[in-house]
Design a protein around this ligand. Structure first.
Ligand code: MN
Length: 496
């Protein structure tokens, strides 16, 4: 969706002047070699940029200041090849606004048993140098990710991959704009929240436009543009005959295309990264945007139904984090249950708006009535979703803080045709099991709206929550309700 090579992570090595020129030269050479290896590693999606060794409070302050101001720098990897007295780091770490990964590695993998001497020991001290650095970050109560292992270790590369994807999502939120067409669905609690606090905490803004502003743009779309887009629909999807050119509902397909083109123009013109709408406020829009929202999400926009701006922003961030990975990220809702004790399942779906990025195979393009909203029948993409590991994530506003809630699930292959269900759908089993997973989600106040991800892991979202400085509650294979209840209660004190 996005080329993450546009983002840079800086590789910063800490040391001190005490060691003399010869040792520092070797430190620089080793760091350069590691940075270069990371930069060309296929597991790491961002650029890794080598920075000269920092040896004094002034140099450390200056690199942190520079990282703050360079726009495409999304974070720092810090490593103490030698000892780097950590009081030197206080000033720099105090002002650093970008995420930090503390890489606890050393240049050599093995101890050279036969040749090891005190010169070698002097040069290769990260085992204790990184402890000094770790202390100051803990003492300052700073969030960071600690990755331990030799720099050529696959797991180390994988953890850097995960963290840098989270950092890309975080960077994308800074200054991002989200637009809401209309307000929240009336009386709904969980999709509402404090937009001022969200902007302070997350860096993105959420503002509303009356739906009339969007209608004006939709109405200015030309017939020629509509012709082009409806042909694209016919090519890309299995469009039902009634919607095809010459079919008796062809005009409804044209209306849907016109809505998509209008929405696209509005989002591009306002430089928005996502949007919400609501079926309760569609004055002048003939159908609830269905295929439009599904395709705009497919192009990387965030979306939330019924005015759910927190989920729209989360969908966007998760799409950025998943860029280039197989599988997709979609707006989702826990819709209905299969309570068969031998095979309990959740059916996830929405009225219309599930992102096409998670479709298994060619989607069908259909038209059906919508029970609510009182508008013309909306055009939508209908598809199944492949089996495999996945997760649902939700951000809720707890009043004194935001909470990111993650539930790992296992999607299963469709067991039935569901011939009368006219929406995209997915079946999953929540971890650790149906009853515990659902109870845990409800106790933690998780929303009915989520972002469903096929390509991100709980670790991506935990890293992301740490960058944002918010609570992260994971419901996974290890979850037990007693512990979870305690965690929620203890967190209540921590975040007071
Ligand atoms: Mn909904």
């Amino acid at each position: 969706m996005m080329n993450l090579k546009d983002f840079e992570v800086w590789f910063v090595t800490g040391s001190q002047s005490l060691y003399g020129e010869e040792t520092l030269k070797q430190v620089a050479e080793h760091s350069q070699q590691i940075a270069k290896a990371f930069d060309s590693a296929k597991q790491i999606p961002v650029r890794i940029v080598f920075k000269p060794t920092v040896k004094s409070p002034e140099e450390i302050y200056s690199i942190c200041q520079e990282a703050n101001t360079v726009k495409n720098c999304i974070g720092i990897i810090a490593w103490m090849h030698t000892f780097s007295p950590a009081k030197m780091w206080i000033g720099g770490l105090k002002i650093l606004q970008k995420p930090l990964l503390h890489l606890h590695t050393q240049f050599n993998r093995d101890i050279p048993w036969d040749s090891i001497d005190m010169d070698f020991m002097n040069l290769n001290q990260s085992a204790h140098g990184d402890r000094e650095f770790g202390f100051i970050m803990s003492r300052m109560r700073l969030e960071r990710k600690v990755v331990v292992g030799h720099w050529q270790d696959k797991e180390v590369l994988e953890q850097i991959n995960t963290w840098s994807r989270a950092a890309a999502g975080w960077s994308d939120w800074q200054g991002a704009r989200f637009v809401r067409f209309g307000d929240n669905m009336r009386y709904v609690a969980v999709t509402d929240g404090d937009k001022v606090e969200a902007e302070l905490k997350f860096g993105y803004s959420v503002n509303t436009h009356g739906v009339g502003d969007l209608v004006k743009v939709i109405n200015a779309i030309s017939d020629k543009e509509i012709d082009t887009l409806t042909s694209e629909y016919e090519e890309k999807y299995a469009v039902v005959p009634s919607l095809r050119k010459g079919g008796d509902q062809y005009n409804a397909l044209r209306d849907a295309a016109k809505i998509e083109l209008g929405l696209t123009a509005f989002l591009q013109d306002g430089n928005y990264k996502g949007f919400t709408d609501t079926f309760e406020d569609l004055h002048g829009i003939v159908q609830l945007p269905g295929i439009a929202s599904q395709r705009l999400m497919g192009k990387g926009y965030g979306f939330g139904g019924e005015g759910d701006w927190k989920t729209a922003a989360l969908v966007r961030a998760m799409k950025v984090m998943g860029s280039g990975l197989k599988g997709g990220n979609a707006f989702m809702e826990d819709y209905t249950y299969h309570f068969d004790p031998n095979d309990p399942l959740v059916l996830g779906s929405h009225m219309l708006e599930i992102c096409e990025s998670i479709a298994d195979g060619k989607a069908k393009c259909e038209i059906h009535p919508l029970g609510i909203g009182g508008k013309a029948d909306p055009v939508r993409l209908v598809f199944n979703v492949a089996a495999g590991p996945a997760l649902n994530a939700s951000i809720v506003d707890m009043g004194n803080r935001f909470r990111l809630l993650v539930n790992e699930v296992e999607a299963i292959a469709p067991t039935h045709d569901l011939p009368k269900l006219p929406v995209a759908r997915v079946l999953w089993k929540p971890y650790p099991d149906m009853k515990t997973g659902c109870a845990a989600w409800i106790l933690a106040g998780g929303a009915h709206h989520t972002c469903y991800s096929q390509n991100l892991t709980a670790e991506h979202l935990q890293d992301f929550a740490e960058m944002a400085g918010i609570e992260c509650v994971l419901i996974g294979k290890e979850t037990n309700l007693r512990q979870l209840k305690n965690e929620l209660k203890w967190s209540e004190v921590y975040y007071r």
